[in-house]
Write a protein that binds this ligand. Sequence first.
Ligand code: ADP
Length: 356
Amino acid sequence: MLSLSISDLHYWHGTNRVLHGLNLHVESNSLYCIVGPSGAGKTTLLKILAGQLEASQGSIQWGGQDMKSLGPKQRATAMVYQNYALFPHLTVWENVTFGLEDEGLSATALKQRALDALKLVDAKEWAQKRPQELSGGQQQRVALARALAQEPKLLLLDEPLSNLDAVARVELRQRLRRLVREQNLTIVCVLHDQKDALAMADAIGVMRDGRIIQTGLPLDVYRRPLSSWIATFLGSANLFRGKVLRTGAGEFIARTAIGEVRGALAAPLPEPVEGSEITICIRPECLRLDSLSPDENAFKGKIIESVFQGDFSLHQFQTNSGFILKTAEINPRQSAGSKALIYAWAEPEDVVGLLD
Ligand code: ADP
């Protein structure tokens, strides 16, 4: 099985420390998405995996072997760049076959490879066109075909969705998922849009300052962020401070400015001691609105502002103590302007305690 394991990877650009003890494990035949702010070192990591840069320190194991010891054929790695890097003066066919001659393939085998790759991304009909005659989404598919023609086992994608419109993005997300399922392929993909990563990844890694600071299933990382920074990087969050009253069995009860709350701790964090300060995170969609008071985690107040978006509304809910909570209501019934006092409440499992 060709899994990828990176440990304690360091990289310096001159005096600039770009990767800083990075650890990462990617399962074989999976789609792993790395998200992080600009400058986190994402592209540098991809370039090291592609063999274009050499790590200053650390180890990369690919299929159980040291990647450095593998020749290009054994590495079986291809990279697709953010700007596609297609040759404008060559046709799609010439772009896809470019470099394949060096592999010593017969003319028939070369033709078959290119055809198979173009078919995988439904780009066969553009074979005689030039890149500038194609849309951004189509060019991205050609760039993908060119990489696939090399029959990689590890495909590295740098921001593959960033220049695409909404329809093309969704289409390419599904296509990449299909490729992983059907082509015995592992994909490591760098994205800046967290929603794309959550939607298509088998696992995600959040990268900051040259390190992966949290990794796991998209659902787990989104629901149980390890820090306030990760919580807000991945989506909208209500964050407020509290003092721990009790803890036990992965749960806590804390006193906060809006009342007592009961919640869960993000799994790997040590339990906070009683009396210590904690940050509480509740995502807007975890807060429900009700006219009756639920037993716990219920905050009385009213909606003071509301943005209706059709399938859901985003409300600013002001608690009686004056604190503003963002709430998202699916199939909205509530709007601002109603004088009625209601409750915003959350299940304890949707209230997450963070230690920063
Ligand atoms: P990301 O892809 O997450 O935006 P990069 O890997 O492109 O981040 O860059 C990470 C850091 O490395 C940035 O601070 C950037 O300025 C620096 N860097 C990238 N390329 C070079 C280079 N050729 N020379 C010096 N510094 C560089």
